[in-house]
Write a protein that binds this ligand. Structure first.
Ligand SMILES: Nc1ncnc2c1ncn2[C@@H]1O[C@H](COP(=O)(O)OP(=O)(O)OP(=O)(O)O)[C@@H](O)[C@H]1O
Length: 317
């Protein structure tokens, strides 16, 4: 069954620096400045010949890809509306263990994101199986990721970063209230939609901290340049860790580079754990809030409430 209106397709494809789901490998991905986190490809990418997924979702074009999966624009032929479909990829070995890990990531991402009802969290519509791996069906988002915006337009203004920070704090408040730690807050997972929505995506390594959920605690998961020191240590996931990652994300937004980037993985990991962020060249009056979010000690880190109050003060002045 077809739908009367053709889907509008996007041609921009993002390739982000990777998310790790296992302890960092010294020979793993290099750490990049934010400009390297988003590579915009302008040629259209063809979906696998209009493949029909689960008898209902017709793949149209590639919306984006990350280290762990691909996201397609598709057409829901039953409800006649556009949707986005994400499939986590097993690695090249194609082993049973890898396929199982990809299935676990999909289930984890769909379940955790579906648990939060907030305008700033991508809406999960379904989880379907086609072939050996599941597909997450989501609302399709317009616009670009924050990483893409920084890469193409440069750093954001202080006023824009203050507004962005207030939105993301509100989103994280809902995520944490639902008992979830996102664990991968970074510019590549923040979508700046054309209608002004700011949406947190990619709950692939999120953790429900009030349930015995099937995700290996103690395993380092996330994107090293944006991870908190306690996350790098493999500590039990807790909400303050997301606030550190938010601080690193806001630093990247206002400064145009990641706060602890040293050019190499281990040097960057050491900087996250031990060095102060910097240099501060553009942050101006928002610097104390970002620095407060980047406190190494989670107990000394700004809380959502304190950061919000400070940002509202800045917005009023
Ligand atoms: N619902 C959506 N609508 C439109 N585009 C999306 C949507 N979800 C994700 N994308 C795009 O697809 C890209 C990859 O998605 P995502 O970050 O979920 O993949 P990933 O492989 O889990 O990423 P990572 O490299 O962080 O592990 C995003 O950067 C974004 O551009």
């Amino acid at each position: 069954m077809g739908c009367p209106q053709a889907l509008t397709t996007r041609t921009a494809v993002s390739q982000q620096a990777g998310t790790v789901g296992t302890p960092p490998d010294p020979k793993g991905q290099p750490m990049n400045a934010v400009a390297d986190l988003a590579e915009v490809v302008t040629e259209p990418v063809t979906a696998p010949s209009g493949r029909l997924v689960a008898g209902r979702y017709r793949l149209r074009s590639l919306l984006g890809r990350g280290a762990m999966g691909r996201v397609w624009l598709a057409e829901d032929e039953l409800l006649c509306r556009p949707v986005a479909l994400k499939q986590h990829l097993a690695n090249d070995t194609g082993s049973v263990g890898e396929a199982r890990a990809a299935r676990a990531r999909s289930l984890n991402e769909a379940r955790t994101a579906a648990r939060v009802t907030h305008d700033g969290v991508v809406r999960i519509l379904d989880l379907v199986r086609e072939g050996s791996l599941p597909w997450i069906v989501m609302e399709p988002l317009s616009g670009q990721t924050l990483a893409q915006v920084i890469a193409t337009d440069g750093p954001l203004s202080i006023d824009r970063v203050i507004r962005l920070a207030l939105r993301l704090l509100d989103v994280l408040r809902s995520v944490h209230a639902a008992g979830i730690v996102h664990r991968d807050v970074k510019p590549g997972n923040v979508q700046l939609c054309a209608d002004g929505r700011v949406v947190l995506t990619d709950f692939g390594v999120a953790c429900m901290h009030d349930e015995d959920f099937d995700w290996p605690h103690g395993v380092v998961a996330g994107s090293p340049a944006f991870m908190s020191p306690e996350q790098l240590r493999g500590d039990e996931p807790a909400p303050p860790s997301d606030l550190f990652s938010l601080g690193a994300t806001l630093y990247a937004a206002v400064e145009g580079r990641t706060p602890f980037d040293q050019g190499g993985l281990w040097a960057t990991l050491t900087a996250v754990a031990e060095n102060p962020p910097g240099p501060w060249l553009r942050a101006g009056r928002v610097r104390p809030v970002i620095a407060g979010l980047l406190a190494k000690d989670p107990a000394a880190r700004l809380t959502i409430g304190a950061a919000r109050t400070a940002l509202l003060d800045l917005a009023l002045t």
